[in-house]
Design a protein around this ligand. Structure first.
Ligand code: CU
Length: 171
């Protein structure tokens, strides 16, 4: 009789034990499902190429005020103009300046280069730039991330740089 009871208790323990293990497993799985978010962020710095999407509109706005990349990466930056206004009225581009280049000084100089999409022919102060686009258009530029530091980017269409500018961080 006693031996039989012991067997029953043992069985009960074994069943509840299995149940406990399977619950723990489920919890573990949930935890590992969240993990890739962290892993992806870490992987971003290890990627040789980083893709950046920058959107702009008819209200003279970019959708990013900060862009983060990592030293040594090849940057593929895509600029979308989500508006409908023509290039002559609401043209946008992306211009990344060298460190120490004053945005306003550069922009005032760029205004004179209307026949070149507002990109000065002397590109000493430019690390990278896209062409000028109008509503509904998309353009892309590929370049190597400069050395670690913070850089300014802007749209060099006349008057736009006061709003259309941001920080390009190389980490
Ligand atoms: Cu613009």
């Amino acid at each position: 009789m006693n031996h039989f009871k012991f067997k029953q208790i043992f069985l009960l323990l074994a069943i509840s034990g299995t149940f406990f293990v399977s619950c723990t497993k489920t919890q573990k799985n949930e935890a590992t499902e969240e993990a890739p978010i962290v892993a992806n962020t870490e992987d971003l710095s290890k990627q040789d190429t980083i893709k950046i999407t920058l959107n702009s509109n008819d209200k003279m706005q970019y959708d990013l005020s900060e862009i983060d990349v990592y030293e040594g990466q090849t940057v593929i930056l895509t600029l979308h103009h989500k508006g409908t206004m023509p290039k002559a009225a609401m043209g946008h581009n992306f211009v990344l300046l060298t460190q120490g280049t004053e945005i306003s000084t550069f922009a005032n100089d760029a205004v004179k280069a209307s026949d070149n999409g507002y990109i000065p022919t002397d590109k000493t102060n430019i690390i990278a730039n896209t062409e000028l686009i109008g509503g509904g258009e998309t353009t892309e530029v590929t370049f190597n991330a400069p050395i670690k530091g913070t850089y300014d980017f802007l749209c060099s269409f006349p008057g736009h740089y006061s709003i259309m500018k941001g920080k390009f961080n190389v980490k």
